[in-house]
Write a protein of this length. Structure first.
Length: 78
């Protein structure tokens, strides 16, 4: 539980530029959740939660659909 609170604090402390970069990384088909975790310390679930809060519902739904489709075809994808 304490880890989750630290990660939530870390997200709140991100600048707008860093938040924008994180969104761009998550939307990119060339960046894995592992890369995002390495750079920002967010695991897959936390990245999804961040994206849900920071992009439109329609964009989030399309992003999740694309990630699921690609992950079914590629072993080392998001």
């Amino acid at each position: 539980m304490a880890i989750l609170k630290r990660q939530q604090m870390a997200i709140k402390e991100l600048t707008e530029g860093e938040k924008s970069e994180l969104v761009q990384m998550a939307l990119s088909d060339h960046v894995s959740f592992k890369n995002i975790c390495d750079q920002y310390g967010l695991k897959e679930k936390e990245t999804k939660k961040f994206m849900r809060a920071n992009i439109s519902p329609r964009a989030y739904k399309n992003w999740r659909k694309r990630v699921r489709t690609f992950s079914d075809r590629r072993e080392n994808y998001k």
